[in-house]
Every structure is written in structure tokens, then in C-alpha cells.
Design a protein around this ligand. Structure first.
Ligand SMILES: [Zn+2]
Length: 366
């Protein structure tokens, strides 16, 4: 990852992101919140346009037809006690002012389906005073990776005597703009605290499985009413039904129970409850004022193929369960973003993607 991150150009970034965004549309995502920290040129200096990499992603989203919320990310240091970043992290280095300048430039472009918030890489990667300054001066959604792995919890405890989510609750002045990405390792008091301040949690089940992070307290987050959304994060999976399947199955295996996410005492549709919660929480994570099947909300629609053998004949209330648990990684028949059926130029995007990958990996072996 670092090797490619140190070589990639804005044009290659656009080509690869466009292919990714087409695959995400096929997998049923209509909006991407891009946690973006590769800002600078290969030597670590700012591009002539400091937002060049951000606009490469905006161009890619426009190529694909997906909505994009850019989250330029503050990344200052390599660890809790580190002064700065490592040499191989030079392209990520940012200050609060630089993050805010990118945010202003993206908003000033006033492009359709393009929004901008901000992100903090993690507690270990930003200084506490910078975290508070960015939170005070930025508006729109504010995302942070937190409590993803036990090593981070231990490092945070060693550094501050508090757990990562606990630290945020005590020191960050969190509100409903905040989105805690992963939040894998929590205790009940932290779940209650997050619910009380209105922040959301972004679960990334396939990535957390891929990285061996752990299993989140899904029943706790659901019961506390915390807004939840789904992160494709590392993009090992680009399909939300598969992410929901991972999320629910990990819970079943760990707890030796079934239908963990289903609402207690109601029809046990696990997938419908997760879809409803993730849809609402996703709208907040992207900073939408209205979201879902509601007057004034953006017209984003997914069309299922009811002739699919896994869905044939299912009553409506069971369709989502069929989709999530019995129809692995089927592409949606059609996808609408903001009132338009998406129809990207797949051949051109695939050609540019193939060229970018060949360029990047031929240099790796040279
Ligand atoms: Zn992540």
C-alpha cells in the first residue's frame, strides 16, 4: 500500500477511483464519503493546486456518476508520542489550515453531487489541540478512525489513561457532526456517551474482518439508538449486502445466537432493520439534510432483479433478507442517483484503470 501510495499520480488516482466508484454503484452505494489523506506530490510538497488529489477524486466520482462527500483528512504524526510523520508518510502531511483550504476549494467549485466535510485520521495521528481546532473551524461531517484495534486502545490508555472513545467523549466536545469510524472496541459507558452526544458510528465489517480488528458491540449500538452507517473502507468488498452479511454473521458466531440485529419482539427481519438504520445513519454521515424515502430527499433508488433465483417469489418483507443472506454479491439491476439512472462509460473507465494499474505495478517490479 505504501509503495503504491508513494508513486501514484493524480491521473492514476482518478482512473482507479473511477473504476472503484463504478463497482460501488454496482454494489448498491449511491454516495461515497471519501476519507482522503493522500494530498501531496511524491516528494511530499504541495501540488501547484493543493487540492489536485481531491479534485482527481471529484472527477472520478463524476466519471462514474456517484455522489461524493470528500473528507480531507488531518494527518500530523506517526503515533501518540511521535513528533511528526515518517518519511514514507510525507504525502499525507497536513495542517488544520491546509485541510480547511481544501474544504473551501471543493465547496467553491460548487459541482453537482459533490460535498465536503473533514476528517481526523485517528487520535494517534493528530495532536489534541489540532483536533479541537479543526472541529471548531470546520463545518459539515467530521469523521475519525477510532478504537479499531486493541493495540490502539492500549496505546491510548498508556498515553492518556483513557480509552479512545472515552477520550473523545471527555475532550473533543463531540456532537451530531461526528462519525466514529470502526468503534470496534467499546465499553457500555462509551456506547451511552456516544448516544447522548448524537455522534454516529461507521461500521466497516469486511475491512474489520480482513484486518482482524475484532467484532463491534452491534446490539449495544442498535439498542442505544446511535446512528449507524456502513463503511466500505479498504474496499476489499464493494457491495453493501455482503457487508451486512459479514456484520450479522460475525455476531452470530461470537454470541451463538441468530438474528442478532433483528428488533426484539418484532418480525425478525435482520436485513430490513440494518438497512433502515444504515440508510438513515449514512445520510447523516454524508451530511445530507434529508435522506431516505421522504419528500425533499435526493432520489436515489436501487432496482432488484426479481427474476434472480435467490429472490424468486419472495414476499416483499423478506426481499432484503433474501438479498443479504442468499444472493451473494449480485449487481443491482439499475441504480439511480439524484433522479438519474446511472450509466457510466464502463469501457473507457476500464481502459484507463487497466493502464493506471499497469503503470503503477510495472514500476514496482522495475
Ligand atoms: Zn479504516
Amino acid at each position: 500500500m505504501y509503495g503504491v501510495a508513494l508513486r501514484i499520480t493524480p491521473a492514476q488516482m482518478r482512473a482507479i477511483a473511477a473504476q472503484l466508484y463504478v463497482e460501488l454503484l454496482d454494489g448498491g452505494y449511491t454516495e461515497v464519503c471519501e476519507f482522503h489523506y493522500l494530498h501531496h506530490d511524491t516528494d511530499g510538497k504541495a501540488y501547484a493546486d493543493p487540492a489536485a488529489m481531491s479534485f482527481a477524486l471529484a472527477d472520478a466520482a463524476a466519471d462514474a456518476g456517484v455522489g461524493l462527500t470528500l473528507l480531507p483528512t488531518l494527518y500530523e504524526r506517526a503515533g501518540f508520542q511521535a513528533e511528526g510523520l515518517r518519511e514514507d508518510q510525507r504525502r499525507f502531511r497536513t495542517t488544520v489550515d491546509e485541510v480547511l483550504a481544501i474544504q473551501r476549494a471543493v465547496r467553491a467549485a460548487a459541482r453537482p453531487l459533490l460535498a465536503c466535510g473533514a476528517a481526523l485520521h485517528s487520535l494517534r495521528a493528530v495532536r489534541p489541540e489540532s483536533l479541537r481546532t479543526l472541529a471548531a473551524r470546520s463545518d459539515g461531517p467530521l469523521h475519525i478512525h477510532v478504537a479499531e484495534q486493541m493495540a490502539e486502545v492500549r496505546d491510548c490508555l498508556a498515553d492518556s489513561g483513557t480509552r479512545p472513545i472515552e477520550w473523545l467523549l471527555r475532550h473533543a466536545g463531540m456532537d451530531a457532526r461526528w462519525q466514529l469510524v470502526h468503534a470496534t472496541h467499546s465499553v457500555p459507558a462509551e456506547v451511552e456517551g456516544v448516544a447522548a452526544c448524537g455522534a454516529g458510528v461507521v461500521l466497516c465489517p469486511a475491512t474489520e474482518a480482513n484486518l482482524g480488528d475484532g467484532v463491534p458491540d452491534l446490539p449495544g449500538w442498535l439498542a442505544a439508538g446511535v446512528p449507524l452507517s456502513l463503511g466500505s473502507d479498504s474496499q476489499v468488498v464493494r457491495d453493501w449486502p455482503e457487508e451486512l452479511r459479514w456484520l450479522e454473521y460475525a455476531q452470530r458466531l461470537v454470541r451463538q445466537e441468530r438474528n442478532v440485529a433483528a428488533a426484539p419482539g418484532q418480525e425478525p427481519s435482520t436485513a430490513a432493520r440494518l438497512f433502515e438504520r444504515m440508510g438513515a445513519g449514512g445520510g447523516r454521515a454524508m451530511g445530507a439534510k434529508r435522506w431516505g424515502l421522504a419528500a425533499g430527499a435526493r432520489a436515489d433508488l436501487l432496482v432488484l432483479d426479481l427474476a434472480d433465483p435467490a429472490l424468486l417469489g419472495l414476499p416483499g418483507e423478506n426481499l432484503l433478507d433474501g438479498l443479504v443472506f442468499a444472493a451473494p454479491t449480485r449487481a443491482f439491476a439499475r441504480v439511480m442517483v439524484a433522479g438519474r439512472w446511472v450509466a457510466p462509460d464502463r469501457a473507457a473507465i476500464a481502459t484507463r484503470y487497466a493502464q493506471a494499474m499497469q503503470e503503477l505495478w510495472s514500476k514496482a517490479s522495475a
